[in-house]
Design a protein around this ligand. Structure first.
Ligand code: DSN
Length: 415
């Protein structure tokens, strides 16, 4: 892809944009929350709808000239309903965090109580972290994973719910490799008369394809982002029942946002249409298969996999048992130097800092989009282990970089 029009106006930005295309082509994207969208989604997100203000909802806008914005938003909503089986969908949140904000604004008052998964055990900033508005506006209690098994401690969650009496329980994660038992959490929520928000940001695509149990129809609210496993470009989404439809819509606009980013809504519509095709079901199954292969390969190479494996698209490695002197940040840096891009991550029982934690998180959505299967994932797992075992050995690093060059050349992006 060329940025000729940008270059004519602004060569500096054109250089950076072209550099980013090359970076994506020449490296392995293994940040679990990233993916590569299709050319069709890219085109829709770069469309002329970026020029249009469309405050309100289809058929009820505050500005004139919204007929095509209406068409696009209605298509996005109908496709999302079909993909996830939701009664009501709001496709306007600018991101997953904005989607969560929509639910909190609709249902909570300042000082109300949230019970959610601890960030270092796999939760998310927008679930009540002190550095986020949620931790500042609401009273927060957190549940954890069982330190022995790495699985969510549902008993602790239930006990905490009874002691803390939350207004809302948040399920969902940004770094938890196992399937979430949404029904178990819903039982707890009902037992204490709390609402249940299931944040499926990471697994929207897996849920749509039936690769992960769905919370739709179980939890009161389901939020997600649209650019991770679902590959529909940047943005967020809220799903709920008709009962809460109007509260949610008012909380998103005008409660928390102004005009929707209609070009992003167009990307969502196109990406959702792609996800409704049979090929997407195969893709999602391969994402999970690839993650299982990656976890097994890393484990065979002596690494500690949090929870002993994965049911999803992500693998979390606790480096402390196998590499006590290597931090997640050092591993991330060594891997990036050979062209493998993942992120350092906190792990349950974290003993270092959030900035330079003890683990690494790797995901398979983007590599699977590139056509990687289990054979390539075994190669990638061994490359990760080679580099982590010898992060300063120039020969090892050169050999890993060479293999990554071959892999990326064999699986081109955006031809
Ligand atoms: N930044 C995303 C992630 O990497 O999981 C979550 O917002």
């Amino acid at each position: 892809m060329n940025y000729d029009e940008v270059r004519a106006v602004d060569p500096d930005v054109a250089d950076a944009l072209e550099g980013e295309v090359e970076r994506q082509q020449d490296t392995l994207a293994m940040i679990a929350s990233e993916n590569h969208v299709s050319e069709a989604v890219l085109e829709a997100q770069g469309s002329h709808l970026t020029n249009k203000y469309a405050e309100g909802y289809p058929g009820k806008r505050y500005y004139a000239g919204c007929e095509y914005a209406d068409e696009v938003e209605e298509l996005a909503i109908e496709r999302a309903k079909e993909l996830w089986g939701a009664e009501h969908v709001n496709v306007q949140p600018h991101s997953g965090t904005q989607a969560n904000m929509g639910v909190y604004l609709a249902m909570l008052d300042a000082g109300d109580k949230i019970l959610s998964l601890d960030l270092t055990h796999g939760g998310h900033l927008s679930h009540g972290h002190p550095a986020n508005f949620t931790g500042q506006l609401y009273e927060v209690e957190q549940y954890h994973v069982d330190p022995e098994t790495g699985y969510i401690d549902y008993e602790e969650l239930d006990e905490l719910a009874k002691e803390f009496d939350p207004d809302i329980i948040v399920s969902g994660f940004s770094a938890y490799p196992r399937a979430v038992e949404f029904e178990t959490i819903q039982e707890t929520a009902e037992s204490v008369d709390a609402l249940h928000l299931a944040d499926i940001a990471h697994i929207t695509g897996l849920v749509a394809a039936g690769e992960h149990p769905s919370p739709v129809g179980i939890a009161d609210f389901v939020t997600g982002s649209t650019h991770k496993t679902i590959r529909a470009g940047r943005g967020g989404i809220i799903m709920t029942s008709k009962e809460y439809a109007s509260d949610i819509d008012k909380a998103v606009f005008p409660g928390g946002q102004g005009g929707p980013l209609m070009h992003n809504v167009a990307g969502k519509a196109v990406g959702f249409k792609e996800a409704l095709q049979p090929a997407f079901t195969e893709y999602a199954a391969q994402v999970v298969e690839n993650a299982k292969t990656l976890a097994a390969t890393l484990e065979d190479r002596g690494m500690e996999i949090v929870s002993g494996g994965t049911d999803t698209h992500l693998v979390l490695v606790d480096l402390r048992p196998s590499h006590p002197d290597l931090t997640g940040g050092e591993a991330e840096e060594a891997l990036e130097s050979v062209g493998l891009v993942l992120n350092a991550n906190t792990v349950p029982g974290e003993t270092r800092s959030a900035f330079n934690p003890s683990g690494i998180r790797a995901g398979t959505p983007a590599l699977t989009t590139r056509g990687f299967g289990t054979e390539e994932m075994e190669t990638v797992g061994n490359l990760i282990a080679d580099v982590v075992d010898a992060p300063e050995d120039e020969d090892v690093l050169a050999e890993a970089a060479q293999t990554i060059d071959e892999l990326t050349a064999a699986h081109p992006l955006y031809e």
